[in-house]
Ligand binder design. Structure first.
Ligand SMILES: Nc1ncnc2c1ncn2[C@@H]1O[C@H](COP(=O)(O)OP(=O)(O)O)[C@@H](O)[C@H]1O
Ligand SMILES: O=C(O)C1=C[C@@H](OP(=O)(O)O)[C@@H](O)[C@H](O)C1
Ligand SMILES: [Mg+2]
Length: 426
């Protein structure tokens, strides 16, 4: 399945992402909610603009969005007007609805919009085009607060949303019994198996449907809504509780996903042999290999050393993160990272989602011998001694261990022997 990337979040890969909704009536209330959500483990925030007292005043809505964006910093934002017909708060005319969405897209005030399927094909197509032209992703949604429609009806709706070029179709339905919950989960699973051009969001609402909010990673729903400050729909549970359940499923389930992806990711301190092992492993396993340092040098058309001296280390770390995000949909490849790729916590998370992470280790005296004549490692250039290597290695050790699925010590071993050990442990 193709993942949908919004800022640093990838929808449709790994653990389902958690979204909470802002449901304040006044600007004050909304900003207070943002402040509270900021410290929570929430991946995405939705503004349920139908709750906002001045929804009909475009300038005020734009101002509000501007303030929310400043408060949320890097967290992606979904802009939603939920109509009364679909469980929302407001009756708004079609023209006002379209106008508001258009304005917000053109001003790039959100990262994602949620447009209701009931708006009609032509209007949706128009909004999707405007959103995409402004680099905004589109959720096309349908809600049924009364019942769970038939399986074929639900599948038809989701496929229709995909055909309308929605990036993420969303279906929320009400179960009247547990068979209804299972129907929704079956539809989700069928979509994952047969119609997986896009990630989808499915929800069986109410207390009966709670399992559907937790099981997205198994059946195939990429986003799950939790109550941050206040529930915005029936059945939402608290962020912390939801996160615990997602984490447990991820812990046992990611193995299956990683095996499907088949990627091998080599990490470790400078000079542990990541680049050399990756090249050899690529010949032996007949898998493509990509070295993030080389990839960055090619992309930036300069050397790592120059990037450090001209743009600084932080810029290089950003390049490293971007490379990983670019490679995150790849399958069957070997990636060798730079020694500092584990510094960013989000890289660790991403690498663990992408495949088996193999940590190469070596003693500092051996590393020193391997790298002492090289001038390619800016971090060591003025610190080329064993003591510095040992200190920095210790400083990073916890990160390496946190990321590793398999650990291979490389002291006094040939590259061939290291490859053999890796293959035996895969
Ligand atoms: N197992 C090993 N035995 C001997 N030399 C090695 C071994 N692994 C790497 N080297 C040498 O050490 C240097 C650094 O290796 P490299 O693959 O660039 O490491 P990294 O990518 O981890 O920094 C290279 O000159 C390489 O030939
Ligand atoms: O450890 C580090 O911070 C670095 C390691 C290098 O890669 P290697 O580990 O392949 O030498 C390279 O990414 C850069 O010089 C920074
Ligand atoms: Mg290397």
């Amino acid at each position: 399945m193709k993942c949908v990337r919004v800022k640093n979040i990838r929808l449709g890969c790994g653990k389902p992402k958690i979204c909470t909704s802002l449901v304040g009536k006044s600007e004050n209330e909304v900003i207070k909610e943002c402040e509270k959500i900021y410290s929570m483990d929430v991946d995405i925030v939705e503004l349920r603009c139908d709750f906002y007292e001045y929804i009909k005043d475009i300038t005020k809505v734009c101002d509000l969005l501007d303030k929310i964006k400043k408060n949320l910093n890097e967290k992606p934002l979904i802009f939603t007007i939920r109509s009364k017909e679909e469980g929302g708060e407001i009756n708004i005319s079609e023209n006002e609805y379209i106008d508001l969405y258009k304005n917000i897209c053109e001003k790039k005030l959100t990262d994602i919009i949620d447009v209701e399927l009931r708006v009609g094909d032509e209007k949706i197509k128009e909004l999707v085009e405007i959103a995409h032209n402004n680099d905004i992703k589109v959720i096309i949604s349908k809600h049924d607060f009364e019942k769970t429609p038939s399986k074929s009806e639900m599948i038809e709706d989701l496929i229709k949303m995909q055909k309308l070029n929605g990036d993420i179709p969303k279906l929320a339905v009400m179960p009247n019994d547990y068979i209804d919950v299972i129907k929704l989960l079956e539809v989700t699973s069928i979509m994952k198996e047969k119609y997986n051009e896009t990630p989808i969001i499915t929800i069986s609402m109410g207390t009966k449907g709670i399992i559907s909010r937790m099981s997205g990673q198994i059946f195939g729903s990429c986003l799950t809504f939790a109550s941050g400050t206040k529930a915005s729909a029936p059945g939402q549970i608290e962020v912390e509780d939801l996160d615990i359940s997602l984490e447990i499923i991820n812990k046992y389930y990611k193995e299956e996903i990683n095996l499907q992806k088949n990627n091998i990711i080599l990490i470790g301190f400078m000079g542990t042999g990541k680049s050399s092992v990756s090249k050899k492993l690529s010949e032996v396993l007949k898998m493509k290999s990509i070295d993030t340092d080389q990839y960055i040098e090619r992309k930036e058309n300069t050397t790592i050393d120059k990037i450090f001296s001209v743009n600084g280390e932080e810029y290089f770390r950003k390049c490293e993160k971007d490379v990983l995000l670019e490679l995150s949909n790849e399958k069957n490849i070997i990636i060798s990272g730079g020694g500092g790729i584990v510094i960013k916590e989000e890289n660790i998370k991403l690498m663990k989602e992408m495949g088996k992470v193999i940590l190469l280790t070596a003693s500092s005296n051996i590393i020193y011998k391997r790298v002492k004549h090289s001038k390619d490692r800016p971090i060591l250039n003025d610190n080329m001694n064993e003591e510095y290597i040992s200190t920095l290695m210790k400083k990073r050790e916890e990160r390496y261990l946190q990321a590793a699925d398999i650990i291979i010590n490389t002291d006094n071993k040939s590259i061939e022997k290291i490859c053999e050990e890796i293959i035996n442990k895969l």
